[in-house]
Design a protein around this ligand. Structure first.
Ligand SMILES: Cc1cc2nc3c(=O)[nH]c(=O)nc-3n(C[C@H](O)[C@H](O)[C@H](O)COP(=O)(O)OP(=O)(O)OC[C@H]3O[C@@H](n4cnc5c(N)ncnc54)[C@H](O)[C@@H]3O)c2cc1C
Length: 385
C-alpha cells in the first residue's frame, strides 16, 4: 500500500496456515490485526502432511513455483524457531531430509528423470542403491528398486503449527473473531469487513482474503478482483504406533501410484494423499483408503500392523497455473493470499513476508513477484463478458 499509516489496521479473512501466518507476522510488525474464521485451522491446513519439499516436488515448467518454494524453505528454520519462542509450542520441525523411492523398474526410471531435472536446476539430490536406502531406512521393503536422497526437504507437524500460529498471533495482539466475514466496498475501494447479514463494519486500511478454496466465492466483490481458485481434493490417513519405524519422510512411486509416509515425533505416520478434481465432494472413499494403504504397505510392509487412526478429505486451493496468488488486487485496499495448492505449509513464511511488505508499503521479496493476483484479472474479465 502506498502511503501506509504507521500502524495500518488489517482485516484477515480466513484462519488457515496462510491467514494465521499473515496475521501473526502483521501483528508482530506493528499492524492492528483482526482475523475472521468460523473454524480456524480446520480447512486444508488440518489435513496437510506438513512436508516442506520444494525439491522433491519440482516439476518441468514450474520454475517460479520452485523459486518461491526454495525461498520459503530457506526461511523455515528461522520462522519455526521464532514461532516456538513466541508461542511456547514445539511445531515438530524435522530436518532429516527425504528419501524418494522407486518400487519397480518403471518407477525407478521416473525417479531417474526427476534426478536429471534436479541436477539441471543444481538442486541437491543423491542417487542411492536399494541397499543404501535400506541401510538408512531398514523398514523399507526388500523389493525397493532404487532411491534418491533429498537432504534439504524437511517436514513440520501441521496441526501443532496451526495451534502455535493461533497462540502467537493472539499474543502479538491479533483479535480473533470466530465467524465468517465478507469485505465491504465503498466508492470502488474496500473499507473493511463485516459478518454476513450484520450491519457493523470492522474498518480496515487493508483486507487480506486468505479463505483457501472459498476465496474466489467471497461475496460482495467484483469477479475480476478475485483469482480463480478451484478445489483439488486430497484424502489422507493418519496411522498410529509407528514410533521408530521411519526416521525421515519417504516418498514413493508404486507401479506409478505416488504415496508418501511422513513420520511424527509422537509415533504417528501420515500417509497421503490422493489428488482429485471432483469439486467439493467431502466423502472419504473406501477406494482411496485402499489405494493409499496398498501403496504404503508395498513401500513399508509393517504399515499393515499399524492402527488406522484417521482418514479425512480436504481441498487444496489451486489456481490455473499452480502458482499461489499473493498480493494486492486491482481493487484498492484488497489483497489476496491463496492458491497455495500442494504447498501452503511450505509457502507460509514467504507469503507472510510478502503480505507484511505490502501492508507496510515495502518492496516484496523477489520470489513473491510472480505471485501477483493481477495476472488473472484480464482472463477473469474476458470470461465474465
Ligand atoms: C491431503 C493434503 C495434504 C497436503 N500436504 C501438504 C504438505 O505436505 N505440504 C504443504 O506445504 N502443503 C500441503 N497441503 C496443502 C496445504 O494444506 C494448503 O496449501 C494450505 O493448507 C492452504 O492454507 P489456507 O490457509 O490457504 O487454506 P485453509 O487451511 O483451507 O484455510 C482457509 C480458511 O478460510 C476460512 N474461511 C473460508 N471462508 C471464510 C469466510 N467467508 N470468512 C472467514 N473465514 C473463511 C475457512 O474456515 C478456513 O479455515 C496439503 C493439502 C491436502 C488437502
Amino acid at each position: 500500500m502506498s502511503g501506509s499509516p504507521a500502524r495500518p489496521a488489517v482485516a484477515v479473512v480466513g484462519g488457515g496456515v496462510i491467514g494465521l501466518s499473515c496475521a501473526w507476522q502483521l501483528a508482530e510488525s506493528g499492524c492492528q490485526v483482526e482475523l475472521f474464521d468460523p473454524a480456524p485451522g480446520q480447512g486444508a491446513s488440518h489435513a496437510a502432511a506438513g512436508m516442506l519439499a520444494p525439491v522433491s516436488e519440482a516439476t518441468y515448467g514450474e520454475e517460479a513455483l520452485l523459486a518461491a518454494g526454495l525461498a520459503s524453505a530457506q526461511a523455515w528454520p528461522r520462522f519455526a524457531a521464532h514461532l516456538i519462542e513466541a508461542s511456547g509450542i514445539d511445531v515438530g520441525l524435522r530436518q532429516e531430509g527425504s528419501l524418494l523411492v522407486g518400487h519397480d523398474p518403471d518407477d525407478a526410471q521416473q525417479l531417474r528423470r526427476l534426478g536429471a531435472l534436479l541436477e539441471r536446476h543444481g538442486l541437491e539430490a543423491e542417487p542411492l542403491t536399494a541397499r543404501q536406502a535400506r541401510s538408512l531406512e531398514p523398514a523399507l521393503s526388500p523389493r525397493t528398486a532404487s532411491a534418491l536422497s533429498v537432504p534439504g526437504d524437511h517436514s513440520v507437524d501441521n496441526r501443532r503449527l496451526v495451534t502455535a500460529l493461533t497462540v502467537a498471533a493472539e499474543r502479538a495482539g491479533t483479535r480473533l473473531h470466530r465467524g465468517p466475514a465478507q469485505p465491504v466496498m465503498q466508492g470502488g475501494a474496500v473499507v473493511g469487513v463485516r459478518h454476513p447479514g450484520a450491519s457493523a463494519v470492522h474498518r480496515a486500511d487493508l483486507v487480506v482474503l486468505a479463505a483457501g478454496v472459498a476465496t474466489s466465492s467471497v461475496a460482495g466483490l467484483p469477479a475480476h478482483a478475485l483469482p480463480p481458485v478451484r478445489p483439488v481434493k486430497g484424502q489422507i490417513l493418519r496411522l498410529r504406533g509407528a514410533a521408530g519405524l521411519l526416521s525421515r519422510t519417504v516418498r514413493a512411486l508404486v507401479s506409478g501410484v505416488p504415496v508418501y509416509l511422513v513420520p511424527r515425533a509422537d509415533g504417528e505416520l501420515v500417509v497421503g494423499a490422493t489428488t482429485e478434481d471432483v469439486g467439493l465432494d467431502r466423502r472419504v472413499t473406501a477406494g482411496a483408503v485402499l489405494e493409499l494403504l496398498r501403496a504404503a504397505a508395498a513401500v513399508v510392509p509393517e504399515v499393515g500392523e499399524l492402527e488406522l487412526g484417521e482418514a479425512l478429505a480436504r481441498f487444496r486451493p489451486a489456481t490455473p497455473d499452480n502458482l499461489p496468488a499473493v498480493g494486492l488486487t486491482d481493487v484498492p485496499a484488497l489483497a489476496v493470499a491463496t492458491g497455495h495448492h500442494r504447498g501452503g505449509v511450505l509457502l507460509a513464511p514467504l507469503t507472510a513476508q510478502a503480505v507484511v511488505s505490502l501492508a507496510l508499503g515495502r518492496p516484496a521479496p523477489a520470489a513473491a513477484g510472480p505471485l501477483s493476483p493481477t495476472r488473472f484479472a484480464a482472463a477473469v474479465e474476458r470470461s465474465a463478458s
